[in-house]
Ligand binder design. Structure first.
Ligand SMILES: [Zn+2]
Length: 485
């Protein structure tokens, strides 16, 4: 992926980007009622009077939501506010039967945090987090073109969300992508969000403005709505930066708009122009008591916090001797990372990481299956690396064995035994074969001796052929050197 910013074309400009991410929490039940917090394809099947917005019912805050919000706050270096409050944000839409969304306005649960990211030049910087607040999701409307009808499904209503809002500290598409990747990894490691962008479990709005480098005032910002892939976010930001610069250069005024990304046309287009800031008539929700969080609660959460990605990465490098590159791949593949650690415990092989990163991940991608759906187990993998470590099989045979046991689930050492694939390590036996080959290829021997040293490979090939690839390559090399010279 190119890290060259579109801004290199416009050296007099800089851009200021702020990101608001909605993190859908993985609590068992919804935020204010006991309905299950699951995706259910049957419309309006996981709803009750509370999440369907009946009058006269009372919301009861799910403690697990607060636990997760505190975790997110601690993991992003925020202050956890001892007192926070809930407000009603009013607007009318069929998927919001109450006529308002319960959210946190002036007094959110977390403030003033930051996440560290790596810039294009490899240095790190902090992206400040202005706030994290708790809110409920709305339902969903669907429209049928065929029957010209519209439908409301309230299953999603009352799904707990955290909204994580940055300061406009992000200065390029690269930095935006880094921020999103890091934040997504954090919430996944905390186990509070699946991070699934296609399903909208991790979705964001991006505010972008540009200004001349010598100007201290931020430019007028445009909001890019609901982009659900890292690639699209990058592309949309790059497009939007250039669009705004060209507009300013030609004397146009940037309007404060909400825009959408068209991934086919590769451009943004106007969804709506924001005149004045929308007036949602925020009002303290009289149904919701003040949320008071004692220090002991925060301490408790702190103690139970799982490992964060940055710590995990350092551990992978230190405990398993992995490179930065290898650790980064495992960090993004939690299931594979756990698998690696379990295999390593059974047989701490130096060869393990290569077979996992190259061959195992390759196989899963090709078959389009998850590790859990494959026949491979840590025991089989460890059995396999043990064969390699002990020199029982060479790397050529290893690939054949790997391809077989990963498909069948058969024990690698059994495959080797049954198929007679064990390496030939007997010096006498190899010696005998080499002597025969040299004797039957006198022309090549003569050429080799007169300086055509490339022919060494010819003799290696012949010996391997004669042993069906099972010859120990190290012994073979040594012996060939001995008999050819
Ligand atoms: Zn409910």
């Amino acid at each position: 992926m190119s890290s060259n910013s579109i801004l290199e074309k416009y050296p007099n400009y800089k851009t200021d980007i702020g990101i608001e991410i909605h993190v859908q929490l993985t609590t068992k039940s919804k935020i204010f009622c006991s309905c299950p917090n699951t995706i259910n394809p049957q419309p309006n099947s996981t709803i009750c009077q509370v999440c369907a917005g009946y009058p006269g019912v009372l919301p009861v805050l799910n403690k697990e939501v607060v636990n997760m919000a505190i975790m997110a706050g601690l993991a992003t270096n925020c202050t956890i506010n001892k007192i926070s409050e809930f407000d009603r944000k009013h607007y009318f839409y069929p998927d919001l039967p109450k006529g308002y969304q319960i959210t946190q306005g002036k007094k959110p649960i977390c403030n003033n945090g930051y996440i560290e990211i790596t810039k294009e030049d490899g240095t790190t910087k902090k992206v400040r987090i202005n706030r994290i607040h708790i809110e409920e999701d709305a339902g969903k409307n669907t429209h049928s073109d065929a029957s010209l009808e519209s439908f409301v499904d309230l299953n999603r209503a009352g799904t707990p969300l955290l909204e994580i809002v940055t300061e406009p500290d992000i200065e390029s598409a690269h930095e935006a992508r880094e921020y999103l990747k890091n934040l997504r990894l954090i919430v996944q490691h905390l186990g509070i969000c699946t991070g699934n962008m296609e399903e909208g479990a991790f979705r964001g709005d991006t505010n972008i403005s540009v200004r001349k480098k010598d100007s201290l005032k931020l430019g007028t910002k445009c909001e890019l709505k609901n982009i659900n892939s890292f690639k699209f976010i990058s592309d949309a930001i790059e497009y939007e930066i250039e669009r705004q610069i060209i507009a300013i250069e030609s004397g146009e005024k940037i309007l404060q708009e909400t825009r959408l990304w068209d991934s086919k046309e590769k451009k943004t287009f106007v969804m709506r122009v924001k005149g004045e800031a929308a007036d949602y008539r925020y009002l303290n929700d009289p149904d919701m008591p003040i949320l008071e969080i004692q220090e002991t609660w925060i301490k408790e959460i702190q103690k139970s916090m799982p490992e964060l990605p940055q710590e995990k990465k350092e551990k992978l490098k230190k405990d398993f001797g992995l490179s930065d590159y290898e650790a980064n791949i495992l960090l993004n593949e939690r299931e594979i990372s756990t698998f690696f650690e379990t295999c390593f415990k059974i047989n701490p092989s130096k060869q393990l990481i290569n077979w996992i990163l190259r061959d195992l991940i390759g196989f899963l991608k090709e078959e389009k299956i998850l590790l859990a759906e494959s026949k491979i187990t840590p025991e089989l993998m460890a059995n396999f690396t043990k064969l390699l470590d002990d020199g029982k099989i060479n790397s050529r045979v290893a690939k054949e064995v790997f391809d077989e046991f990963i498909k069948t689930g058969e024990v690698p050492s059994d495959i080797v035994k049954n198929k007679g694939l064990e390496s030939i390590t007997s010096v006498n036996e190899i010696e005998k074969i080499i002597k025969q080959i040299i004797a039957s290829n006198p022309k090549q021997l003569e050429e080799y001796k007169s300086g055509k040293t490339k022919l060494f490979g010819f003799f290696v090939g012949k010996t391997m052929e004669a042993t069906a690839g099972k010859c120990d390559p190290k012994i073979l090399q040594e012996l060939l050197h001995k008999y050819l010279n």
